[in-house]
Design a protein around this ligand. Structure first.
Ligand code: GMT
Length: 374
């Protein structure tokens, strides 16, 4: 198949999933055309089946805000026509599904039929989509897609509960590339971060409020009272400065490091003992899956789709949102010498169920179904 993939190309789960999907499809022999405003961050290898088309957003003095949706639709029209694509797969409803609908309509006037598949990732439904300005646009764009997928059953249900949806929604979960995300020998790295053999706790996110990083820091302060440990906070975003202040206020700076955005997260995860994801909303929790693939158990909330990934008492534990004391109790249980190895083994076993090799064929089958239908 010849597939166009549209996504947010910078850091963020939806862009990561879209890029990894495109890479795997290319390895499986499909021709994949990324249509984005900059090179996707994980589009880091060369394959004869991979193409990248940049959306140029021309500026004009009249535009206070450049019309990205129109530029994207125009680029989609161009690529579909000249590369003879079979299908457009847009990731994140806003504005990608909307631009795809416009592109589809324009192409129809030239007798070209292009099926559009929209994948809902989370905040496009649970945060942005619920904003009353965007809600009618999100509803319309989902209903006008030829196929719709959601990354968890919870997100699917939330979409039906929030919008007047007339379309079917298929659940295809996030996945992990086990050839990249697996435990590697990085003992020298562990020695640098944890010179006295402390336990290593890791959190990775885009540092937005919904991630509740304050809970990670507060819980860490209490865990550290019982077990010598260090905390690595990876990523960057609007909450970072506030979180640095919280570390200072709690006197934890000696044991917490903010290391900003990092590409080789699998190297850090290889030496981690516990991953924290205390999110208020989380449609799937890709970062937790990547941690599990590196044999790292997870302390999470039971928000959104997290119960579909983290098996309570087996691969880690789940707590109510904001229940820091419960998280601390569970973390101490996992980190104890008698339990840690079992939780690590279980985390890896569970992650294997989401191996990219098992999940990408679901997308391929779904594309075929939609192409035949349209
Ligand atoms: O986690 C984020 O805030 C980034 C966001 C995105 O859209 O880039 O991630 C969402 O999509 C990921 C991939 O499908 C999911 O694994 C994340 O759980 C989801 N984030 C939220 O629902 C908050």
């Amino acid at each position: 198949m010849k597939i166009g993939i549209i996504c947010y190309p910078t850091f963020g789960g939806s862009g990561v999933v879209a890029t990894e999907l495109g890479k795997e499809l290319a390895l499986n022999g499909h021709q994949v055309h990324f249509i984005t405003y900059t090179q996707p961050i994980r589009l880091d290898f060369f394959n004869e089946n991979l193409f990248y088309h940049e959306v140029d957003i021309s500026s004009y003095p009249l535009f206070q805000y450049a019309p990205y949706e129109s530029a994207l639709a125009g680029k989609m029209v161009d690529v579909v026509k000249y590369e003879k694509l079979d299908l457009l797969h847009v990731h994140y409803a806003i504005p990608h599904a909307t631009s795809a609908f416009l592109a589809k309509q324009i192409l129809e006037t030239e007798g070209i039929h292009i099926p559009v598949v929209t994948t809902l990732h989370g905040t496009d439904i649970t945060v942005v989509g619920k904003d009353r300005t965007y809600k009618p646009v999100v509803t319309f764009s989902i209903n006008k897609s030829d196929g719709v997928t959601a990354v968890s059953d919870d997100l699917r249900k939330d979409t039906f509960n929030t919008f007047k949806i007339t379309n079917e929604i298929e659940v295809i979960p996030n996945f992990v590339d086990m050839s990249r995300f697996h435990k590697q020998e990085k003992d020298h790295f562990k020695k640098i971060i944890c010179p006295n053999d402390e336990k290593l706790i890791v959190h990775i996110s885009n540092f937005r409020r919904v991630k509740r990083i304050g809970d990670v820091i507060t819980a860490f302060g209490k865990i550290r009272e019982s077990i010598p440990s260090k905390l690595l906070l990876i990523g960057d975003g609007p909450e970072r400065v506030k979180m640095e202040k919280l570390c200072r206020d709690l006197g934890l700076c000696d044991d917490i490091r903010f290391i900003g955005k990092l590409d080789v997260i699998e190297e850090v995860l290889s030496v981690a003992d516990l991953f924290f994801m205390p999110s208020e909303k989380e449609s799937f929790g890709l970062a937790a899956l990547e941690a599990m693939a590196c044999e790292v158990p997870v302390i999470s909330t039971n928000a959104g789709g997290l119960p579909e990934l983290n098996v309570n008492g087996v691969t880690g534990f789940m707590s109510e949102i904001g229940d820091v004391d419960d998280m601390v109790k569970n973390a101490l249980h996992i980190l104890s010498d008698e339990n840690l190895a079992t939780f690590k083994t279980n985390a890896l076993k569970r992650a294997k169920e989401f191996d990219i090799k098992n999940i990408v064929p679901k997308y391929e089958a779904y594309y075929r179904k939609i192409i035949e239908k349209v």
